[in-house]
Write a protein that binds this ligand. Structure first.
Ligand SMILES: O=C(O)CCC(=O)C(=O)O
Ligand SMILES: [Fe+2]
Length: 272
């Protein structure tokens, strides 16, 4: 699935961009499906691969004011969206790539839809430099040599660059384990605050920051301890991505109050 060079790059840098993992039409279809669950702010949607999370997040403001039959139809859409999200999470190409990079069998843990929809409240969401492993806290070292067995992916549903809120990465930072970070709220944070538990500048300065651009359908793989953040989207072009987290099979992790990480088998057709 991946070349020896890509594998070496990932081990050295803690991230890898793999092009064209999802076909364009799948990106378009999924985006129009998940948008049925977006609120007017296009806030993040937690675990859209799970029916219960989609229903729970609809109760806030999406289904109020609808008729009974419209609400029933919306619940049916929740089922369809959960399935469509799970299909991306368990995408055979993606899973094969991840298992090769990780050098072990993996399971899913959580997903999150991040829209950065142009001209909406969360478009200006610029993530502080952070490590995703701050939440699950898996610090085991296996034969692959990584300082954590947790990893995050971003499936890009549209092109992303610095202007519309793409990511930046600190290559090599994954080798050092977890840093002490300043706590910041990362789910439905206040209007004028940025999400991501911030790694202080005194640690960042030992690394070189790299800005990344992506095409629709690309997959970003990030080792859980690789420091990254993102830019605000002040453009008129939205930057939707589906973030999916995984871990080597059998490894421990903290489930988390909002994320409720849990082992999701990627072999079966459906997780629920
Ligand atoms: O949406 C973003 O800009 C940042 C996403 C991110 O940090 C993540 O998925 O872990
Ligand atoms: Fe992140």
């Amino acid at each position: 699935m991946i070349t020896k060079e890509q594998n070496t790059f990932y081990k050295e840098n803690g991230y890898l961009i793999v092009e064209d993992v999802l076909p364009e039409n799948e990106c378009d279809n999924y985006l129009s499906q998940i948008k049925k669950h977006a609120n007017s702010d296009f806030a993040a949607i937690m675990n859209p691969d799970r029916f219960d999370f989609l229903v729970a997040q609809s109760l806030e403001n999406i289904v109020s004011g609808l008729s009974l039959s419209e609400r029933v139809e919306h619940v049916e859409e929740c089922r369809k969206t959960a399935q469509a999200t799970f299909e991306i999470m368990a995408n055979k190409t993606a899973v094969s790539i991840l298992e090769e990079l990780q050098d072990s069998k993996i399971v899913g843990l959580m997903s999150q839809m991040l829209f950065k929809e142009a001209n909406t409240r969360y478009a200006s969401q610029a993530w502080n430099p952070h490590q995703d492993n701050i939440y699950p806290q898996n610090n085991s070292i296996l034969k692959n040599g990584f300082t954590t067995q947790y990893l995050t992916t971003n499936f890009f549903l549209k092109d992303a660059n610095k202007d519309n809120g793409s990511l930046y990465i600190y290559p090599g930072s994954h080798k050092k384990g977890l840093f002490n970070a300043e706590a910041h709220i990362s789910y439905r944070e206040n209007k004028n605050s940025n999400p991501g538990n911030k790694i202080p500048e005194k640690y960042l300065k030992q690394f070189e920051k790299v800005d990344c651009s992506f095409n629709k359908g690309d997959l970003l793989v990030l080792n859980g301890n690789c420091i990254h953040g993102s830019y605000a989207n002040n453009s008129n072009i939205s930057r939707p991505l589906l973030s999916v987290s995984y871990i080597s099979d059998g490894e421990s992790f903290i489930p988390g109050k909002n994320a409720k990480r849990k082992v999701i088998s990627l072999e079966k057709n459906r997780n629920e």
